[in-house]
Write a protein that binds this ligand. Structure first.
Ligand SMILES: CCCCCCCCCCCCCCCC(=O)SCCNC(=O)CCNC(=O)[C@H](O)C(C)(C)COP(=O)(O)OP(=O)(O)OC[C@H]1O[C@@H](n2cnc3c(N)ncnc32)[C@H](O)[C@@H]1OP(=O)(O)O
Length: 181
């Protein structure tokens, strides 16, 4: 990935485009974590993803922990955090291949309570690809010991830069249709 260097925050400023998408590359942290729109100002993943990489076998590996701010029950993660971080990390698999995609379907199994502020790992792989559809699965484990805490699977649909413009046009049409009602 072409870059312009690493700033004080450790976030790498991109100067290239994703192959085939025409979209600007999103910034990455020093740990290789792609930052979505909401996390860019902070320069860190608010869900607690600290490192990400693609291994030799094509499996994406993440190091993370649940921030205390996402505590649900005492000392355990809110289920919404678990679902959100699985959605985010599963969707990073196409990103790590230079492909922009959006979540079309997501199924989450909450296997055991997830402790907050403990090291966790997440493995993410593609079960198969059919045209623009990626069928992706992943598993979250406790870092020491490897006990499975949660699993997820879903479908991601590849998009190009017209996705957001199309959305903006659709939304403008919705607003126009309701004006004067
Ligand atoms: C230039 C600036 C760049 C900046 C660039 C930075 C990038 C920096 C990224 C960092 C990384 C973050 C990545 C986050 C990734 C998630 O957070 S994903 C968020 C959650 N998921 C979504 O928002 C997806 C919402 N759903 C959809 O857009 C569509 O249902 C899908 C998944 C694309 C459908 O695809 P499909 O199965 O091929 O179906 P298709 O027949 O094309 O469309 C089905 C329906 O959706 C509609 N549709 C499809 N696409 C759209 C659209 N774009 N707008 C409106 N309606 C649409 C169709 O019109 C159709 O509507 P109906 O005719 O049924 O009324």
């Amino acid at each position: 990935m072409p870059t312009t260097g690493t700033g004080e925050s450790g976030v790498t400023a991109p100067n290239g485009h994703w192959a085939g998408t025409g979209l600007p590359e999103p910034p990455r942290t020093a740990g290789g974590v792609t930052l979505c729109g909401g996390c860019r100002a902070l320069g860190a993943c608010r869900l607690g993803v600290e490192r990400e990489r693609l291994d030799e076998g094509g499996v994406a590996r993440f190091e993370l922990s649940c921030p205390r701010s996402h505590e649900g029950g005492p000392d355990v993660a809110h289920g919404g955090w678990t679902a959100a971080v699985l959605d985010d990390c599963l969707g990073h698999l196409p990103l790590l291949h230079g492909v922009m995609s959006v979540t079309a379907e997501l199924t989450v199994s909450f296997v055991k309570p997830v402790p907050v502020e403990r090291p966790l790992e997440l493995r993410v792989w593609a079960d198969r690809r059919e045209g623009s559809r990626w069928y992706i699965a992943g598993e979250m484990t406790l870092a020491p010991g490897g006990a499975v805490l949660a699993r997820a699977s879903g479908i991601w649909v590849t998009r190009d830069r017209s996705h957001y413009a199309r959305h903006a046009k659709w939304l403008a049409g919705q607003v126009e249709a309701t004006e004067g009602q």
